[in-house]
Design a protein. Structure first.
Length: 165
């Protein structure tokens, strides 16, 4: 079970951390390092397989990239990467072959407030893609679900932080 694997690996770190959302926390959930272990990445992909319903998947750099690529490869589905910014090359925020109307699910490693997922959904929607679901490895249960629901996005957590602690 994924939850047990994350606990056994020590994915939840204790200390003082500043999260992407800007919030301070006594806990950090390190999915980036955890999914570098093949057995954990395989289990995450297996769990994603249960929940993904879209024609494609998308994720924000950096944490979601290995998850999105592994899942897309496993299922032979197209994928999109939303960059945090780009001031070089083509300067694109959205990487992938866009077919307007394509339905996709966002994959994320950890959700706190939901701001990163909402930003990604807005970029994808502006490109003509349909986003109605985000699947997250760990939901920190700090308002992300509510923010996303207000914006027409269902949040599907594989694990909740409360279950890891």
């Amino acid at each position: 079970m994924l939850q047990d694997m994350l606990v056994q690996y020590g994915a939840v770190k204790r200390g003082r951390f500043t999260l992407t959302s800007g919030k301070e926390s006594e806990f950090y959930v390190d999915i980036k390092d955890a999914c570098a272990r093949p057995e954990i990445l395989k289990e995450i992909v297996n769990q994603l397989d249960i929940h993904v319903k879209g024609d494609a998947v998308a994720g924000v750099e950096l944490g979601a990239v290995p998850l999105v690529v592994a899942y897309a490869y496993h299922k032979s589905k197209p994928y999109f990467i939303i960059r945090k910014g780009s001031d070089h090359g083509l300067k694109k925020l959205l990487v992938g072959n866009i077919e307007p109307g394509m339905k996709l699910d966002i994959i994320e490693d950890v959700v706190t407030t939901g701001g990163s997922v909402l930003r990604a959904a807005n970029i994808l929607r502006e490109a003509g893609l349909v986003v109605k679901r985000a699947i997250v490895v760990v939901d920190r249960e700090e308002g992300g679900k509510e923010l996303l629901e207000k914006n027409g996005i269902e949040l599907v957590p594989l694990v909740r932080l409360g279950n890891l602690l």
